[in-house]
Design a protein around this ligand. Structure first.
Ligand code: 13P
Length: 322
């Protein structure tokens, strides 16, 4: 089946019980569905595994029996799974599900940056292409960046790419001056301290949960800064009842599911009157595309074998260190 549009565009009978069909295909084909917390709620609900970027990489690395992995997330997550599981077929419902942050760091320009600082160790965020990973000494996610950076001596010369907000945050909490690549995520850059201050007036008791890809003024308003998994855990364990959530709104589905009696208020993007902040790439994946993807086993994530070999080293180093 052709995937000219980046996904299988086969007609799906509207009367079909998609949930039942997806479950049937998973079983029949020995497939597992992995979903990031930013996926649409119905995809999170049908996934075999759900997690933040770190959890998804860990789970992929440990998968034994599955023949097929359907990565419901964005492209770099599928690439990471493929690098870790070269013998498995890795599928993604829509190949157009890219990442603005990964796109802000083209491998050829990053190679020039690295070459200009030959005495530096290269630390990269997992939100990167396989080409950037291949230029990297150790990868991090938002869930382990601080811990991994702290494994290096205080005076180590470090490059950190591509997210400038996460890099600045790690510099501030570790007292370092890592050289930063000037990249950012289009969703997290949109949050504003001003809008959160307005929400705080409305909900003075609310705790403010912030992803470290947000800008500094937003970070300064946070009660807790962390990866999606850290924010979710905080919401579950906290005695508080109201939370303002400054990250992609998909996470609120798990928060609400885990804590039905608590109130989660999505922080809005700065330039809009709408209530929440969606990643347009994450939300390209739909139940219909997931169904067709399992049905036709396309589109598949394919990686260059030589690059994959180079990219595996920093991913495995991350998994060892975290
Ligand atoms: P985490 O999954 O590490 O929270 O980060 C998600 C992400 O990709 C943010 O853009």
């Amino acid at each position: 089946m052709a995937v000219e549009k980046g996904y299988v565009d086969a007609a799906v009978d509207p009367a079909l019980d998609l949930k039942a069909e997806i479950n049937r295909l998973k079983k029949e084909k020995g497939a597992v569905v992995m979903a990031h917390y930013y996926q649409p709620a119905e995809i999170q609900d049908i996934a075999d595994y759900i997690g933040d970027s770190l959890a998804l990489a860990r789970i992929a690395a440990g998968l034994k029996d599955a023949k097929i992995i359907v990565l419901c997330g964005v492209h770099f997550m599928g690439e990471t799974a493929k690098v870790l599981c070269p013998d498995k077929k890795v599928l993604i419902p829509d190949l157009n599900a890219g990442c603005s942050l990964a796109d802000s760091c083209p491998a050829d320009r990053f190679a020039e940056f690295v070459a200009a600082h030959p005495d530096h160790t290269v630390i990269s965020y997992v939100n990167t292409s396989i080409g950037v990973k291949a230029l990297t000494d150790v990868l991090v996610t938002s869930g382990n960046a601080r811990k991994i950076v702290d494994t290096f001596p205080k005076d180590a010369k470090l490059i950190f790419g591509p997210d400038r907000n996460l890099g600045n945050y790690i510099n501030s909490v570790t007292g370092r001056q890592m050289l930063l690549w000037d990249g950012a995520c289009h969703v997290h850059e949109e949050f504003s301290g001003e809008k959160i201050a307005q929400l705080k007036e409305q909900y003075p008791q609310a705790k403010v949960l912030v992803h470290p890809e947000c800008k500094r003024p937003v970070q300064l308003m946070a009660d807790v800064i962390g990866s999606t998994a850290v924010l979710l855990r905080y919401a579950v364990e906290s005695e508080e009842k109201e939370f303002i959530v400054a990250t992609e709104s998909g996470i609120i589905h798990q928060m609400q599911k885990s804590c039905p009696d608590k109130k989660f208020i999505p922080a809005p993007p700065n330039d809009s009157t709408c209530g929440c902040n969606d990643c347009r790439y994450m939300k390209l994946n739909t139940m219909e595309k997931l169904y067709n993807c399992l049905r036709f086993e396309e589109p598949e994530i394919l990686v260059d074998a030589e690059l994959a070999e180079k990219a595996r080293r920093p991913i495995e180093r991350m998994l060892e260190l975290s």
